[in-house]
Ligand binder design. Sequence first.
Ligand code: HEC
Length: 124
Amino acid sequence: MRIPLFTLLFCLAPAAVASGDAARGRALVADTKKSLCLLCHSAPIPEVRLQGDLAPSLAGAGSRWKPNELRARIENPRALNPQSIMPAYGKLQNPNRVGKPWQDKPILTAQEIDDVVAYLVTLT
Ligand code: HEC
């Protein structure tokens, strides 16, 4: 059986562009013990009743930023703003400033950051 080339391209393209899972990303953003995003930000996640106001709302983030900009910000905000109080989710933490469970791995894995980005791009 021959599969037309455009069918193959159609199947492969979305996987290549978006390796993240928006539903998992939403759950991570809503997780106030692991990601802590909603300690500082608000987002259209009504089941989390207490949300932060130290940082811009994540609503509309997908219109303001491209996926690679969102990823860069989450991995290491201080590369964009040296004064930023936002944690660098993709970097190892200063061992003097975090507890043992966080010392030898970043807060979020690369896959988890992709998931969060996949969720944020839906916030248009
Ligand atoms: C300790 C507070 C804090 C936490 C926790 C935090 N952020 Fe932030 N974030 C900020 C601040 C403050 C800014 C504003 C820019 C700056 O100062 O770096 C920001 C900016 C952003 C922006 C750009 C906002 C815009 O549209 O201008 C995005 C997107 C973002 N954060 C996503 C996240 C995600 C996703 C998480 C969780 C994985 C998170 N942040 C956790 C404080 C925080």
